[in-house]
Design a protein around this ligand. Structure first.
Ligand code: NI
Length: 244
């Protein structure tokens, strides 16, 4: 937690900032609805501790239209998420932040986040913000970092799947021990398939999982994955901050 004078003082020596971006959506029959927000925030805070870079509060809602067939999912339409991210980047740019590093926990946010960055660059230029020419935005999907994907493959093989994956569930078990009680063996997962609307998603994937075996997850694996993700993303962030 910081006061505004602390943020102003921070800007005198660093122009970088991390925004954790999640989603609030079903994660299979045993995973927390808040999985993507929980994981993105925890990894962002760990990257912040390691690098000294400021971390904003998490944006816990993302683009999860295809998960709306399951209770508890709360989705922003792509245009809404685009507007939210655009406005957040512009707010930061106005105060002199030049490097915005979004740590994302949800694949459904990727296309919209990239569109928001493009829009933010255009707006910064058209408003003649002093940082406009130096503004850089980077999307980093923690679950797609090379070392994380290798570790997930070593741990779970093809049972990692694409949604409600054991790697993300493992991270939540480490962060929130009460979730361990919800875990139970599940039958073989539905195969991964295309993503259309929410009704089609529920028909293809009645559990909400996509090709994944979340019951393989343990808290110990989660601790290791957080460490692996924080290492990889801290390195990526440091390179990003030093880019011209
Ligand atoms: Ni997820």
């Amino acid at each position: 937690m910081r006061s505004w004078p602390e943020v102003e003082a921070y800007l005198e020596h660093c122009k970088g900032v991390i925004i954790p971006l999640g989603s609030t959506e079903q994660h299979g029959p045993t995973g927390a609805i808040g999985t993507d927000a929980l994981t993105a925030e925890a990894i962002a805070l760990e990257v912040g501790r390691r690098t000294g870079v400021l971390v904003t509060p998490a944006q816990a809602f993302g683009m999860a239209e295809h998960h709306l067939g399951f209770a508890g999912t709360m989705s922003l339409q792509p245009a809404t998420l685009l507007a939210v991210l655009h406005d957040l980047v512009l707010s930061l740019a106005r105060h002199g932040f030049e490097r915005v590093f979004v740590i994302n926990g949800h694949g459904g946010n990727i296309a919209t986040t990239r569109a928001a960055f493009a829009q933010a660059h255009g707006t910064a230029a058209s408003r003649d913000l002093p940082v406009a020419s130096k503004l850089r935005c980077r999307l980093s999907n923690w679950f797609m970092a090379g070392p994380v994907m290798r570790e997930a493959r070593d741990l779970y093989g093809d049972k990692e799947g694409h949604h409600a994956t054991p790697s993300e569930i493992a991270v939540t078990l480490q962060l929130e021990p009460t979730l361990v009680r919800k875990q139970r063996p599940l039958p073989d997962p539905a195969p991964a398939g295309p993503i259309h609307g929410p009704e089609d998603f529920r028909r293809r994937h009645p559990h909400g999982r996509m090709g994944s075996h979340p019951s393989l997850a343990t808290a110990e694996q989660g601790a290791s994955l957080i460490n692996t993700a924080a290492s990889a993303l801290s390195e990526e962030l440091c390179r990003f901050l030093s880019e011209t």
